[in-house]
Write a protein that binds this ligand. Structure first.
Ligand code: 6PG
Length: 287
């Protein structure tokens, strides 16, 4: 596992590379186990948000196998970072995918599985899910926005944001994460916990956590695998500078040629860590 580091203002990006998805999942499971143990030494519950898509699907099965007995599932509150607006038994349901790969393998109490109801009316469900998050995920004092974090809207400044302990995020080839797509209105929402988004190609409605919620998490872990992601990984992480200490650092170049910063580049959790778990294929174009 090679670690390249990137110091970028408030953000400290750590890049962890693995030979394949099974090794990547094993590394993620170890980090989740240790981090949750640390947090559960000082708090009663641990809130974990997971994403959908092929990569998380592939990884969750390995992570479940690695964590079946070695993870405090009875003290975990499991949430989704986004969900397609389809019923849970639909082949594209993120919950449905998680049920098959993770939930059937581990003994997490049903009441701790906080499903986004993809079958419900989207606007109402975004509000309902936000309320469910508020009920189970303790708030944080408004953290100073790290560079690149959106300014917290005054409407929200009077309330604290729910602070997830850990969010597992995927990365789309267009630089989206969760269901925050480039140029989408949901990306600019700074006074809601959840938003209704729309897939730019299929038009499929989604429920997604908003950027301020991602940026208030204690730990954000991007899980990226496969050669198809090498280009976007390079665009996000492939720029290097020689630090004052002479060491080569990776900088995030959120945008090129003056374009708007990519959604994934705007995930910059102030005061916490941003970690990239890449298999060698996804990291192929990093030097
Ligand atoms: C979703 C996700 C989305 C996904 C990335 C990566 O519901 O699709 O939350 O953000 O994690 O698009 O998906 P792939 O691994 O399938 O490319």
């Amino acid at each position: 596992m090679r670690v390249g580091e990137q110091m970028d203002e408030m953000i400290r990006n750590n890049i962890f590379r693995f030979s394949d998805t099974r090794q990547l999942a094993g590394g993620v499971a170890l980090v989740l186990r240790d981090f949750s143990r640390d947090r559960l030494n000082i708090q009663p519950r641990f809130s974990l948000g997971i994403s959908g898509g092929r990569t998380p699907h592939e990884l969750l099965a390995h992570i479940a196998a690695a964590m079946r007995y070695d993870f405090p599932w009875e003290r975990i509150d499991l949430f989704w970072c986004d969900e397609r607006c389809v019923p849970p038994d639909h082949p594209e349901s993120n919950y449905g995918m998680t049920h098959d790969t993770l939930l059937q393998q581990v003994s997490i109490p049903k009441a701790s599985v906080h499903r986004i109801r993809g079958e419900a009316a989207p606007d109402a469900e975004a509000q309902r899910y936000a309320a469910e998050i508020r009920m189970h995920v303790p708030g944080s004092a408004i953290l100073p926005g790290g560079s690149g974090s959106p300014p917290v809207a005054t409407a929200a400044a009077s309330r604290s944001w729910p602070r997830f302990d850990c969010l597992l995020l995927g990365l789309g080839e267009d630089g989206h994460t969760a269901s925050l797509f480039p140029g989408a209105a949901a990306l600019e929402i700074t006074d809601k916990i959840c938003a209704v988004a729309k897939h730019p190609v299929s038009g499929q409605k989604r429920i997604t956590l908003t950027l301020p919620v991602l940026n208030h998490a204690r730990k954000v872990m991007f899980l990226v695998a496969g050669r198809s992601k090498a280009q976007i990984v390079r665009r996000l992480l492939g720029h290097t500078i020689r630090g004052a200490d002479g060491e080569i650092w990776r900088t995030t170049d959120p945008s090129e040629n003056g374009e708007a910063p990519l959604p994934a580049a705007r995930v910059r959790p102030a005061g916490s860590s941003l970690e990239w778990y890449l298999d060698d294929d996804a990291a192929a174009l990093l030097d």
